[in-house]
Write a protein that binds this ligand. Structure first.
Ligand SMILES: Cc1cc2nc3c(=O)[nH]c(=O)nc-3n(C[C@H](O)[C@H](O)[C@H](O)COP(=O)(O)O)c2cc1C
Length: 154
């Protein structure tokens, strides 16, 4: 199996899209991630995978916490912005601080405020497990979806 084939098959698993954020000494950091998933109900745990090539994740790790912002159907531009290395991701992005002090993006469908509980090495990524201490959902909104390399809506 080639990398291309592997990537193409995985692209058929439709996912939501999140932006993982943290404030490190008052500087906001964030990256788009579709590897987010729920892990455990009791205790409440979630996870995402951070690529070893990420220049943003080391800053998030250093804070010991992260906020998962689940994007709404009109936030495709934000997902692209938070995947671009050369972009100033927060200059035009409205945020408020979560109870744990991480950025919550204006208009997110839901957010989960977490402390990092475990990190597991997995190939070229780290599986980051977070304990959810606070969470919120706006039930009037619909999710942004990612399928076959494109953003789509329900
Ligand atoms: C839809 C989508 C999903 C992504 N999911 C992940 C992910 O789960 N984990 C990850 O490390 N990077 C993911 N990326 C890439 C990051 O958003 C970003 O491009 C990468 O971290 C490089 O930026 P950085 O150096 O600031 O971290 C995704 C990008 C897109 C567009």
């Amino acid at each position: 199996m080639s990398t291309e084939q592997f990537r193409s098959v995985l692209g058929n698993f439709a996912s939501g899209v999140t932006i993982i954020t943290a404030n490190r000494e008052n500087v906001p950091f964030g990256l788009a991630a579709n590897s987010f998933t729920s892990v455990s109900l009791d205790p409440p745990l979630v996870s995402f995978c951070a690529a070893h090539s990420s220049t943003t994740y080391p800053h998030i790790r250093a804070t010991g916490r992260f906020c998962v912002n689940v994007l709404a159907d009109d936030q495709g531009d934000l997902a692209l912005l938070f995947a671009r290395r050369d972009a100033d991701r927060f200059s035009d992005t409205k945020t408020v601080d979560s109870p744990l002090g991480s950025p919550i993006l204006d208009g997110a469908l839901a957010w989960l405020d977490c402390v990092i509980e475990q990190e597991h090495l997995a190939g070229d990524h780290d599986i980051v497990v977070g304990r959810v201490l606070h969470a919120y959902v706006d039930t009037d909104r619909s999710p942004l979806l990612y399928f076959r390399g494109k953003f789509t809506i329900v």
